[in-house]
Ligand binder design. Structure first.
Ligand SMILES: Cc1ncc(COP(=O)(O)O)c(C=O)c1O
Length: 384
């Protein structure tokens, strides 16, 4: 049997690789493992949500398929959530519930691109995006990372990269891995660039619940659906990463195309995930806001502690959840530097090169994974 050449050239899942470095290792109680590798909130969903889910499991319907796009009442609740959070909302018919933001991205890309097309991807890129594009034979055209911009894109440079094959500009805001938040005026300009070239602006807003203002005002425009696609992950918002709660938000016309992929790929988001999402959108606004404040405090604490600590790592960019740092070892690439931290400091994080070409001097720290009282001891591990 032969494997797809397109898939063979895709990098292996970076988190799996880093976690494999721990195989067979034991960690002493005075220097336990610190895991800054995978972006998972360090807290659980609130007990009211768990109790609600337990009750839904008594209903045999909870184990059946739903409509491909999700239950109408859940999509309505998600629409109200957007109205509350973005002060303008996509309609229920513009929302397709998906198996995490990951599947929403596949639906978006399969609906607008064919093999040989190009998507402009800002570096550092969330690694699953180029991996998905390459697996589909779509070329990621990387917009370079300039450390002086601390993770923000350069709109002019992005426009210069547009060719006849470009189908989309793809950005993550707030960014994984830099934490940078693109100002909404800059997003408006990017939308206008997408409009001018008749392409899509795709925003992955997986971490939108960890900033205190909506990332943009695009949903307030009557014409947003013509050129905008929004990718949502409620896994981070409601601490439900394992339930795989995401959504594709786009024009009704695009959703109609996406449902052809949805039906053949997954049929629907599992009902328990939908019921949890409905509960979260309806009841957990204050809980989400509280966690947002906590994550911001954690960021302040991490930032202050990292900047003032006596070590040779440089903080290049940071925000809620993430820090993007430069390692001090010119002779090591970022994979080797991350391995050194795993071996010598009992701390795991992701190598910069997982986030695209030319990023071998960087590392990503997901400090949203650890509680406030562990931040200072995590920073201590960078003393070499
Ligand atoms: C930017 C970004 N997009 C998408 C995802 C995947 O989200 P989900 O778990 O909802 O598929 C992640 C997960 O870390 C992410 O950081």
């Amino acid at each position: 049997m032969q494997f797809s050449q397109q898939v063979e050239q895709v990098q292996p899942p970076p988190i799996t690789e880093v976690k494999s470095w721990l195989n067979g290792r034991k960690f002493p109680s005075d220097k336990p493992l610190i895991d800054l590798c995978q972006a998972i909130p360090n807290y659980s969903p609130p007990s009211e949500l768990v109790e609600h889910l337990k009750q839904t499991l008594d209903d045999p319907l909870s184990f059946k398929y739903s409509p491909d796009e999700g239950l109408p009442e859940v999509r309505k609740e998600v629409s109200s959530w957007y109205l509350r959070r973005y002060q303008a909302a996509p309609k229920a018919e513009q929302i397709c519930l998906t198996i995490g933001a990951s599947q929403a991205f596949w639906l978006a890309i399969c609906s607008i691109c064919q093999a040989g097309d190009e998507v402009i991807v800002q570096l550092p890129a969330y690694f699953d995006h180029p991996m998905a594009l390459q697996a589909l034979g779509i070329k990621p055209v990387f917009a370079p990372f300039d450390p002086a911009d601390a993770g923000l894109p350069d709109n002019h440079q992005i426009e210069q990269l547009i060719t006849k094959r470009t189908r989309a500009i793809l950005l993550v805001t707030p960014s994984n891995p830099t934490g940078a938040v693109i100002p909404h005026q800059q997003i408006e300009q990017l939308f206008k660039i997408a409009q001018k070239h008749n392409i899509a602006l795709i925003l992955d807003e997986t971490y939108n619940a960890f900033i205190d203002a909506p990332p943009h005002k695009l949903f307030g425009r009557n014409d947003w659906g013509e050129n905008f696609i929004h990718i949502a992950s409620f896994g981070k918002t409601f601490a439900l990463t394992g339930l795989r709660c995401g959504a594709l938000v786009a024009s009704k016309k695009l959703i109609e195309q996406a449902l052809k992929i949805q039906d053949s790929m997954a049929v629907c988001q599992p009902r328990p995930a939908q019921l949890a999402l409905e509960f979260g959108c309806n009841k957990l606004n204050d809980w989400v806001n509280e966690n947002c404040r906590m994550m911001q405090k954690r960021h302040d604490q991490f930032r202050n502690s990292f900047i003032s600590a006596d070590h040779s790592f440089e903080l290049v960019a940071s925000g809620s959840f993430f820090a993007w740092i430069k390692h001090p070892w010119p002779q090591l690439n970022s994979r080797q530097a991350a391995r050194k931290l795993a071996d010598d400091a009992n701390l795991i994080c992701l190598p910069g090169e997982a986030f695209g070409p030319g990023l071998s001097t960087y590392l990503r720290l997901a400090f949203g994974n650890i509680s406030d009282q562990h931040i200072n001891s995590a920073v201590e591990r960078f003393r070499f």
